[in-house]
Design a protein around this ligand. Structure first.
Ligand code: PSU
Ligand code: MN
Length: 294
C-alpha cells in the first residue's frame, strides 16, 4: 500500500519496457522502489494500464509491463491516445512528469532524459518532448544527465532557451550518463539536498513555471569513460540514420544497440546510476517535505 504520509518519489516505466530486457527490467523496477523506501520516501512508479494512468503501479502491474511485448512508449502527445483506446503504455520522462504533477508529486528519479538528437547527414530534426515538459511542469527531475547518443551541447542550449535551470549535483559539469564528464558547464553546483531545495523554492517564489533538472554523475566505479564509448555511439547513430528511423523509434533503437554492443558493462552502469539517482531523489523529497510537508 502507498504510504502518503511519506515524501513521494515518482519513477518512470519506459525504462522497464524499452530500457532493459526481461528479467533485468523487472529486477531493476523492484530494486528502484526498494531503494526509495530504504531512504525514507515512498516510490510511485507511473504508467498506463488498459487506458488508466496509474501513479503507483502494483507489483502485478510492474510484472505485466516488464513481460508484455509491444507495450506502447507514451510521451505527452500519446497520453490521450492510450487513454481513449484503453491501451497499456509505459511513460517517458515527459509523460511521467505530467502525471506526477497531477498527482501532487514534486520529485522524480530517472536514468537519462531525452534531448536533441545528433544530426547525422540525412537525419531529421528530433528534439525530445522531455525538454519542453521541463519548461512547463513543476517537477524536479533527478537524472545522470543525457546519453552521449544525443547532441549534448545542443541539448543544453535548448534547456537554456526554454528557461530550465540545470543543477549539477556534486559537479560543475553536465554528466553524460555512462560518463561523469562532458566538459559542458551546469548553471549551478549543489552539494546537498537543502541547496537544491533552496534553488527550487527560489524558482517558486519568482513565479517561474516549469521544473528543475538535477544532474547526478554515475558513481565512479560504474563509469564508462567517454572516449571508450564514443566509437560505439557513432556506430549506433549511423545505423539508426541508415534505417531511416523516426520519432519515438530512435531512442529505444539506440539504447538497445548500445546495450548489445557494449554488453554487460553498460547494463551495470545503467543500474548503478539509476539506484544512485533514486537515493538522491529520496533525499531531495525529504528535504522539500521538511520545509513544507510531503
Ligand atoms: N534515455 C535513456 N534511457 C531511457 C530513455 C532515455 O538513457 O530509457 C527514455 C526515457 O523514458 C526518455 C525517453 O524520457 O527515452 C525519451 O524518448 P524520446 O527521445 O523519444 O523523447
Ligand atoms: Mn524524439
Amino acid at each position: 500500500m502507498t504510504d502518503r504520509s511519506l515524501p513521494q518519489v515518482a519513477l518512470e516505466s519506459t525504462l522497464i519496457t524499452h530500457g532493459l530486457p526481461y528479467p533485468r527490467n523487472l529486477e531493476l523496477a523492484r530494486a528502484l522502489e526498494a531503494e526509495v523506501r530504504a531512504h525514507g520516501a515512498e516510490p510511485r512508479t507511473i504508467g498506463v494500464i488498459a487506458g488508466e494512468p496509474v501513479v503507483g503501479l502494483t507489483d502485478d502491474q510492474l510484472v505485466h509491463l516488464a513481460t508484455t511485448q509491444g507495450v506502447r512508449k507514451v510521451s505527452r502527445r500519446d497520453l490521450p491516445v492510450v487513454v481513449a483506446r484503453g491501451l497499456d503504455g509505459s511513460t517517458t520522462v515527459a509523460a511521467t512528469m505530467w502525471l506526477a504533477h497531477r498527482a501532487g508529486i514534486r520529485v522524480f528519479a530517472t536514468g537519462g532524459i531525452g534531448g536533441v538528437h545528433r544530426a547525422v547527414e540525412g537525419a531529421t530534426y528530433d528534439v525530445s518532448a522531455d525538454l519542453h515538459e521541463l519548461a512547463q511542469t513543476p517537477v524536479l527531475v533527478v537524472c545522470a544527465g543525457a546519453k552521449a547518443i544525443l547532441d549534448l551541447p545542443a541539448t543544453l542550449e535548448v534547456l537554456e532557451t526554454l528557461g530550465v535551470t540545470v543543477v549539477g549535483y556534486g559537479t560543475e559539469e553536465f554528466p553524460a550518463f555512462y560518463s561523469r564528464h562532458s566538459g559542458l558547464p551546469v548553471d549551478v553546483r549543489c552539494d546537498a539536498p537543502e541547496e537544491v531545495a533552496a534553488v527550487w523554492r527560489a524558482r517558486q517564489r519568482l513565479g517561474l513555471p516549469g521544473g528543475l533538472l538535477v544532474a547526478v554523475p554515475v558513481p565512479p566505479e560504474a563509469e564508462i569513460p567517454a572516449e571508450e564509448i564514443e566509437p560505439t555511439i557513432r556506430q549506433a547513430v549511423r545505423e539508426a540514420t541508415d534505417r531511416g528511423l523516426r520519432s519515438g523509434e530512435v531512442t529505444p533503437f539506440l539504447l538497445a544497440r548500445l546495450a548489445e554492443l557494449t554488453g554487460e558493462r553498460s547494463v551495470q552502469a545503467n543500474m548503478a546510476l539509476l539506484l544512485n539517482n533514486a537515493r538522491v531523489a529520496s533525499a531531495l523529497a525529504r528535504a522539500l517535505a521538511q520545509a513544507d510537508g510531503p
